[in-house]
Design a protein around this ligand. Sequence first.
Ligand SMILES: Cc1cc2nc3c(=O)[nH]c(=O)nc-3n(C[C@H](O)[C@H](O)[C@H](O)COP(=O)(O)OP(=O)(O)OC[C@H]3O[C@@H](n4cnc5c(N)ncnc54)[C@H](O)[C@@H]3O)c2cc1C
Length: 470
Amino acid sequence: MTRSGQEYLEALRDGREVWLDGERVKDVTAHPAFRATAGSFAGLFDLARDSPHAPDLVTGGVHRAYAVPRSYEDLVARRRAYKVWAEASYGFLGRTPDYMASGAAGFAAAPGVFTTERFDGAENALAFHRRLAEGGLHCAFTITDPACEGVRVVGERDGGIVVRGAKTIGTGAVFADEILVGTIEPLPEGEAERAVTFAVPVDTPGLKLVSRTSYEGNARSVFDQPLSSRYDENDALLVCDDVFVPWDRVLTYRDVAATAAMWWETPAYVNFVHQSATRFWTKLEFLAGLSILLARSNGTDTIPQVTQAIGRLLGMVAQAKAFVLGAEASHEPVDGGRGGVRPGQEISFAQRIMAGELYPRAVADIKLLAGGALIQTPASGRDLLHPELGPLVQRYVRTPGDPAEGRLKLLKLAWDALGSEFAGRHEQYERFYQGAPHVYLTMQTWAGAADACESLAQACLDGYDLGTTK
Ligand SMILES: Cc1cc2nc3c(=O)[nH]c(=O)nc-3n(C[C@H](O)[C@H](O)[C@H](O)COP(=O)(O)OP(=O)(O)OC[C@H]3O[C@@H](n4cnc5c(N)ncnc54)[C@H](O)[C@@H]3O)c2cc1C
């Protein structure tokens, strides 16, 4: 049986060093900036342990995302599990525990990538996968360097290494059991001290998480900010202040090639995309649903242009879905693996381009449909309850098809999804969490079907010359 939400929450009360607004947070499960979102993560564990969804979510006593896929059917089963958890937050929790679980299963599918002349991290990578799977652990990761002083090795001590520096941006890190620290971008050969990957508990001495503004903390109520108040997964700067890492927690060490290869030459990265593409599809379903409800509430749903705008959004949903199904259908054997398969790389990589471009467009389209009503809402739902003001709000905020309370509820949900600070963070998330465009667009030039495309165009050119008649 997988662990319960309560067991997960208890594990978070471990003395971890989380900072917010110049203060050290004593307990993320009790603090008003974090507790409701911690509860949302806990709810995921309960879904897997004891709900009608459990058979979709669990196989062999562990979450399905930990199982190394061996067939197309396994990939489909994984996706069904991803979808259940994605729907639980309407796609707004990006880093649910199945995200890193899918990466860990990728490491386990091709552990040979961790064995090099400089360091053999294969056993540690397998142990990482086993530890997460058996404990049902939630692992965040920071694999992006800040503009200065990324994490680097500053020494070796009995039984391990000492690391110092920072990593950005640790999504979900304050809610995680462990954090994996590494570097996904290729490092220059001379920078071996930065070429290190390790996974440690979040309460490891010297490890600090500096949280950004908490949207949950700023939310007035669930009614007023239904998403910010419950699904603010947080992003934190990770600081390693001379953190000791035991050898058995080190996956790559002073090895520039292996530090990057663990993402690209195992299925870890495409597994990430499979999970996040499923979540993205779910989020677009939610947004398209919101647009339908908004148009109906505004009384514009039968206007042909509005119907067409909704049709475009539903087309985007189908596009997002097609990327998931296409990646599964184009699955490939894992190179150097042990009989595993991974979602097709070409389509998985291209999903990043589609999603990064589609999301801002979808948000802009729905804002256009919604109009000024998104802004002209009373500051809080409390206005509805006030004896003098309530009747006025009831009278003037309703539309012919929608009484005031339902309309306000919808508009506040829509603003939280589309225009709040939380929404702005989501737009930036969808654009960047899979890397910056200059990186993934360049990668597509070698991961895409360039040769086939070029030869098709060339075949056309070769099919005629100056003398060819019509
Ligand atoms: C909300 C959010 C959550 C995230 N969560 C995580 C996480 O959990 N873990 C993690 O490790 N990372 C996370 N990231 C970080 C993410 O991986 C990086 O933002 C991404 O890799 C881009 O790196 P960067 O932010 O340093 O942007 P940069 O690489 O600095 O790029 C920013 C912009 O600068 C310009 N630019 C920079 N260099 C070039 C170039 N060579 N050629 C052309 N243009 C260039 C482009 O306009 C580019 O869009 C998250 C990011 C966001 C926004």
